[in-house]
Design a protein around this ligand. Structure first.
Ligand SMILES: [Ca+2]
Ligand SMILES: [Ca+2]
Length: 194
């Protein structure tokens, strides 16, 4: 699947491959017969014997997910049909507009100012086996290690700004559907009734 490669410098090998658009986990295996600029084969296990077929393979793993980043206001009816949405900053759901979040979606908020201001409608038709999860982007328990730091950070109250609801009718609606949502930091949710 690798279509080409070049050494960018003596430590960096760049590899090209065709664009992949199927979600899932991928593994890339570099054979030990690849030579460095001095003509040495790989010695990944560091036993001083380069080029061992099994021990000296370099294996990289990555995952393609159906995830997007979101930061813009919603001014027309919108459906989030993604495995994950990472919200940068906060955005408004404008009055008269509806955001529908499909069951099973993980919504992660990237920082303490990050949240959703609901002036229109937010529909979260989660289901018990496919809940919608709203959480900090430091939370690796939902949707994996989105912030790509392993376990260096963990979620905490105040990580994200929460939901701001400005219409009482919506509060009633979300109260019902919230049974099917998991919210990391309940204290960050503010309920405004006008
Ligand atoms: Ca070796
Ligand atoms: Ca992490």
């Amino acid at each position: 699947m690798v279509s080409g490669y070049s050494w960018l410098d003596s430590h960096t090998l760049q590899m090209m491959f065709e664009p992949q658009n199927t979600s899932g986990k991928y593994r890339m295996i570099l054979g030990p017969e690849i030579l460095d600029v001095r003509g040495n084969a790989l010695d990944q296990d560091g036993d001083g014997i380069p080029g061992e077929m099994q021990d000296d393979q370099y294996i990289a793993a990555f995952e393609l997910s159906n995830a997007i980043y979101w930061s813009k206001d919603i001014t027309t009816d919108t459906i989030w049909n993604y495995s994950m949405v990472v919200v940068n900053g906060s955005f408004n759901i404008a009055s008269g507009s509806t955001l529908t979040i499909k069951p099973g979606t993980v919504v992660k908020f990237s920082d303490r100012l990050s949240g959703i201001n609901v002036k229109g409608y937010l529909k979260v038709p989660g289901m018990p086996e496919h809940p919608v999860i709203m959480t900090s982007w430091r939370d690796d328990t939902a949707g994996g290690d989105t912030n790509v730091d392993g376990t260096a950070t963990t979620p905490a109250p105040g990580d994200w700004a929460g939901l701001t609801l400005e219409v009482q009718l919506l509060l009633a609606y979300l109260k019902t559907s919230r049974l099917d949502m998991q919210i990391w930091d309940l204290r960050s949710c503010r309920w405004f009734q006008h």
